[in-house]
Design a protein around this ligand. Structure first.
Ligand SMILES: [Zn+2]
Length: 648
């Protein structure tokens, strides 16, 4: 291990907290007590060990606060859910596995004490979500709950003696080594390491970093006697983002051992074709592989090796362009089953898996950081507003597994204590970190990428930027500068590819020029307190055909996928379990085909008078009401309409 030139772990964490301590957002009038407390969260760390200087970088989560709107509502529902889970139930299987006593009531679903991925949520994603929520909202109570869990997990790790920490026995890894059947031991182990690392990065928890390092040492020992060829066989079984998490551990500690260890978790037969720009994804399990590409992206940032950038950039392009539905989501029945650009067979109950969208968005953030390309954020927006926002039950905070895109299905959600799917797990992280991609910056410019009511603090410029918007119900946004002293800055506002024109006003006066869709509107000037930039972004209807089948057509309104409402007859939230997968009980009902007798592809749809963002079919057997998919709950729906042209 090469530690000689690196700061010690304790020095590093202290420095990170000191840096971030000055960066909290001043309280607003009417802010909740949680929001008004000073946040001393260290921001994402490890830049010192990165070889690639990003073109733009996100503001630390602790410097962004959401304001009233659908994302704040989702964040609150998520926070309530995180609070509602009892620590002793989350820790139960870890304690038993360490030989410690526990009388807590076991959790169900994927956290059931006989489920092979138990612990993935309870000791992994849960910690990450709490850490992110603390950074996003300053929720100290949740931080303390997670810190207490870290301390109790440390007792479990101590009982294992050798650094191992999991809710299942080491024997699972023996089965993996021997090629015997086992679900996904490294996947689960990685979630726990990542949860601990996030507790260090976002909450300054020294003990959690120490535990993550001990876990990494156990990994090092396990793989030490395994040949490269044998390791490649091991990597046929889902292993999450081991390469990313070990890379992050290197970024935080500067210990090169972890970077070397990360390279052991590179599945050659998957990554090599990507480096050569070949889409050989057909047949692969989607969410097994997307995280591996995030790991490759991270490796590019940490080493500067262009090959890894190629893998990530090509993968992002091919999936987002050729393997993605109108919602931004990807995968059918958890897999890519077809050639690129061919989704005609891929509509049904199990299109698309929510984890895939979560991880594709994480990958997109890396790509955007390298390029500053607003088109990446077009993708981000579409996926966020259609595949993420609408897949959380706004009342319970429950998450979807699949977002069914076959006509006549409906959305369904996990139960609080008896599901804990992979998508529950990524979902609780998602809504705890919405603030991480709204604003990016370089040395003298802010990039406003998402239209979400919020504010961001930029302490280096002594500046706060407030975004006032009701988007997506409002077709535009307004940005207000708060600065004690005038500041030179370029304010860049993404003008989405979907924008049907647009206009800007600065302090009430029309801007002389506007920007093209798919670029940034740049207003570079000396900004002063109260300056207000208003941007109008008109939405319009557009048809988007299913890749590979022009007769199956979805309707977009701006970035929003629209869905036809087919009623709630026979709809149930009851679940059917088939292996690891969960489906709602019941089948689809047929959706009406659409006949379009006009030349206009949109000839069969018209707005409903007096109801914004509400439409209906015209010239059909019966009219069907059509609204944004993200708003539709408790009803069957149709996204892709079977469309026939010509007279009846
Ligand atoms: Zn999932």
């Amino acid at each position: 291990m090469d530690q000689s030139l690196q700061p010690t772990r304790r020095q590093f964490v202290s420095a990170a907290i000191a840096t971030a301590g000055a960066a909290f957002i001043p309280s607003r009038a009417g802010a909740s007590p949680d929001q008004s407390s000073a946040v001393i969260t260290p921001h994402l760390t490890g830049r010192a060990n990165e070889k690639v200087t990003p073109r733009v970088q996100p503001f630390p989560l602790a410097q962004v606060r959401l304001h009233k709107g659908p994302f704040q509502q989702a964040q609150e529902a998520d926070r309530r859910y995180l609070h509602s889970l009892p620590s002793d139930r989350l820790l139960h299987a870890f304690r038993l596995n360490a030989g410690l006593s526990s009388s807590a009531q076991p959790l169900g679903g994927w956290e059931k004490p006989d489920c092979e991925v138990r612990g993935h949520f309870a000791g992994g994603h849960y910690l990450t979500a709490c850490a992110l929520m603390y950074a996003s909202m300053g929720d100290s109570e949740l931080k303390e709950k997670a810190e207490s869990m870290v301390a109790q997990l440390a007792a479990c790790q101590k009982a294992h003696v050798d650094g191992y920490l999991s809710a299942f026995p080491k024997e699972f890894f023996d089965r993996l080594r021997q090629g015997r059947d086992v679900w996904a031991p490294w996947y689960t182990y990685q979630k726990i390491m990542a949860g601990l690392l996030d507790m260090c990065v976002y909450c300054g928890n020294d003990q959690a970093l120490d535990m993550a390092e001990r876990m990494a040492h156990w990994v090092d020992h396990w793989q030490d006697s395994i040949s490269d060829a044998h390791m490649q066989r091991v990597l046929q079984t889902e292993f999450g983002a081991m390469n990313e998490t070990l890379g992050d551990l290197y970024a935080v500690t500067g210990k090169r051992t972890y970077l070397e260890l990360a390279a052991r978790f590179e599945k050659v037969m998957f990554l090599d074709p990507l480096a050569e720009h070949r889409d050989e994804l057909k047949g692969l399990h989607a969410n097994t592989h997307i995280p591996q590409v995030i790991g490759a992206a991270r490796r590019y940032e940490l080493t500067g090796e262009e090959r890894y950038r190629e893998m990530a950039a090509f993968f992002f392009d091919t999936v987002s362009r050729d393997r993605t539905y109108c919602t931004g989501g990807t995968s059918y029945d958890e897999h890519w089953r077809t050639r690129p650009g061919e989704l005609s067979t891929e509509l049904g109950k199990t299109a698309e898996e929510c984890c895939c969208s979560y991880n594709m968005l994480r990958l997109a953030r890396h790509i955007y950081g390298w390029t500053g390309d607003p088109r990446v954020m077009d993708y981000y927006e579409r996926t966020l507003f259609n595949s993420r926002l609408g897949t959380q039950n706004p009342e319970t905070g429950g998450m979807s597994y699949f977002l069914p895109l076959g006509a006549g299905y409906w959305k369904y959600f996990n139960t609080p204590f008896d599901s804990f799917w992979c998508c529950t797990a990524t979902g609780v992280e998602e809504y705890a970190k919405t603030g991480d991609s709204i604003y990016f910056h370089d040395d003298r410019a802010i990039f406003v990428n998402l239209f979400i009511a919020s504010e961001v603090a930029w302490p280096e410029k002594n500046l706060r930027l407030e975004q006032q918007t009701g988007f997506p119900e409002e077709e535009g946004t307004a940005l207000v500068v708060h600065a004690a002293h005038p500041v030179d800055m370029a304010l860049n506002v993404r003008i989405p590819a979907w924008a049907a024109g647009g206009a800007g006003k600065l302090n009430g006066s029309a801007l002389p020029a506007f920007a093209s869709p798919g670029s940034y509107l740049v207003v570079d000037r000396t900004w002063k307190e109260g300056d207000r930039l208003e941007v109008k972004l008109p939405m319009r209807l557009a048809i988007e055909a299913l890749p590979g089948d022009p007769s199956q057509q979805a309707v977009m309104y701006g970035p929003l996928v629209l869905a036809g409402r087919l009623g709630s007859e026979g709809l149930t939230q009851e679940m059917v379990y088939v292996g690891a997968q969960t489906f709602p009980a019941g089948e689809a009902i047929p959706a009406p085909a659409v006949r379009n007798s006009s030349q206009d592809p949109l000839g069969w749809i018209k707005p409903v008078a007096g109801q914004p963002q509400s439409f209906e079919t015209v010239g059909q057997e019966r009219p069907v009401n059509i609204i944004p998919l993200y708003k539709l709950f408790g009803e069957r729906y149709v996204v892709y309409w079977k469309t026939r042209y010509g007279a009846a």
